[in-house]
Design a protein around this ligand. Structure first.
Ligand code: GDG
Length: 496
């Protein structure tokens, strides 16, 4: 995309850069870690445009203009051509709490990851009325303000399901795509949400809704059918009231060239020296109960118990940047992980060997790549994950053959079939896979790695974006021809 075709407007909850207080009190620009930033940042740096997101850094609004606008990244010496516009939105504490900690992460996140017992459905109406609906409206207003004819609006994720419809009401001809980064569950889970119909109506107004996998796309279509949408399964389209949308699978890839090509100097060797172990196993996960960290620790414990001869030869490095720290379920999980690790290290560790090294802290991307390279085994075992980029980054970062152990419930397992695929809830199987990884014959390791690398290289981030944008263009053209032939919609319940 280039400016001649109109600009890109990316819309998400998380911002790509925040401003925090330096030791001297001055604001400093920091990249925000997470799947979305990793996915969209290279694209935005290449093509420019406007990114609209919530400003969460403590100094965020000290550095923007009065409209919340700033050019990012504003690292010292950053050339202007590598920057793009970030528009930060600000919400009252209580609205944001109801939106983010409430509706997005105590209703949608658990339900869409099939953890209904972690959802707080009793508060659904409050979270909706006080948080999700008004916040989606403010996002839509910001898009409408930034929009010029010819622009491409690319909305991200479950926080913003209503935004396509809210924009469409004002801009009938806008090109609107939405990518859904988490799984789409079957009706038995999705159908539990009281505002299920409004969510689907919101999405129906996008020209294209992308998900990582075909099975998620099929689940979305069948949920739409349950609320009365007309469906065309073969072309993956549904029509709900006056809106029609295309649904499709676009498995997100990583920026292979970046992960493969980043020079990490001596860092890899330094890390290996520090742990002084024959083999390093690495887990990297934003802290979340979907990532299967307690189950992983149980599996590692079983491995250590079952293989006393291998003790001291292996260590597990678990890097876990905290997230959603204000939510009870996350606090409970954090205590559980801390308890497991201290009991484990207390029982098995010796003066010169700590079996599990746990870090509640993110590191800059270059250091993360060095950790990927220092590790022999990537242990990626989420209970359920839309895609999981860590698995792909581990492959992309390592030219030297390694072994990837991957949950069959991570979306990425559909592509990365040459990994050792495991059921994360079966500690015996995961423990067995660790042993198999350590003992894998060199030839087999190389062959598996070669195939994995080829997939991650060819099914990469630019390919994903190109595929999505090409289909979005086609879908828009189709809808611009058919949109007004549908029956009039009923009056919207509060979403206008
Ligand atoms: C959601 C979906 C989907 C992690 N630790 C550090 C760090 N990270 C980066 C990784 C990776 C990203 O965070 C995590 O991405 P995941 O895909 O693993 O998971 P979610 O955050 O849950 O993302 C997921 C994704 O969206 C994209 O659609 O795959 O299923 O849940 O990029 O590198 N980055 C740095 N330091 C760290 O310590 N710099």
């Amino acid at each position: 995309m280039n400016s001649a075709e109109g600009k890109f407007i990316v819309v998400s909850n998380a911002e790509p850069y925040k401003h925090e207080k330096e030791e001297d009190g001055e604001p400093v620009c920091k990249e925000v870690e997470g799947g979305l930033t990793t996915a969209m940042n290279p694209q935005m740096k290449d093509t420019g445009g406007t990114w609209i997101a919530f400003g969460r850094g403590e100094k965020d609004f000290e550095v923007t203009d009065p409209d919340g606008i700033i050019k990012v990244p504003d690292f010292p010496g950053m050339p202007e051509e590598d920057q793009y516009t970030l528009k930060r939105l600000n919400f009252s504490d209580s609205q944001y709490r109801n939106f983010y900690r409430g509706y997005a992460n105590r209703i949608l996140w658990p339900i869409f990851h099939s953890f209904p017992t972690k959802a707080d459905l009793r508060k659904e109406y409050t979270y909706w009325k006080e948080g999700y609906l008004p916040t989606n409206k403010e996002y839509a207003r910001a898009v409408i303000q930034a929009y010029e004819p010819g622009d491409t609006v690319w909305i991200h994720d479950y926080h913003l399901a209503l935004v396509p419809r809210l924009i469409r009401n004002e801009l009938p001809e806008a090109k609107i795509g939405l990518f859904w980064h988490i799984p789409w569950p079957p009706w038995e889970s999705f159908g539990k949400i009281p505002h299920r119909e409004e969510i689907l109506k919101g999405l129906a107004a996008a020209d294209l809704v992308g998900l990582h996998l075909e099975e998620y796309a099929r689940n979305l279509l069948s949920c739409a059918e349950k609320v009365g949408a007309e469906l065309d399964y073969s072309s993956e389209r549904f029509q709900l009231e006056s809106e029609e949308t295309q649904v499709g699978a676009y498995p997100l890839g990583v920026d292979y060239r970046f992960f493969n090509g980043t020079d990490t100097g001596d860092e890899e060797a330094n890390i290996r020296d520090k742990y002084n172990c024959e083999s390093l196993i690495l887990g990297v996960d934003r802290q979340d109960y979907t990532k299967g960290i307690p189950e992983r620790l149980r599996a590692f414990k079983k491995f250590i118990k079952d293989n006393p001869e291998l003790r001291k030869e292996v260590a597990l490095i678990q890097r876990t940047p905290p997230s959603r720290t204000g939510i009870k379920e996350y606090q409970v999980e954090k205590s559980e992980i801390n308890k497991q690790v201290s009991e484990f290290n207390g029982k098995f560790g010796t003066h010169d060997w700590t079996p599990i090294q746990l870090f509640w802290k993110g590191v800059p991307q270059r250091d993360l790549i060095a950790e990927y390279r220092a590790a022999d085994i990537g242990l990626v075992t989420p209970g359920l994950d839309g895609m999981n980029l860590v698995a792909k980054e581990f492959v992309a970062a390592n030219e030297k053959p390694k072994v990837l152990i991957l949950s069959e419930f991570a979306g990425s397992s559909r592509q990365l079939e040459e990994a050792l695929l495991v059921n994360p809830y079966d500690p015996a199987q995961v423990a067995e896979a660790i042993k198999e990884a350590l003992e894998m014959p060199e030839e087999e390791k190389q062959e598996r790695w070669r195939r994995l690398r080829r997939k991650v290289r060819t099914e990469d981030l630019p390919t994903w974006a190109e595929d999505f944008l090409a289909d979005l263009e086609d879908a828009r053209q189709l809808h611009s021809m058919t949109r007004f032939t549908f029956p009039e919609s009923e009056p919207e319940r509060g979403v206008s």
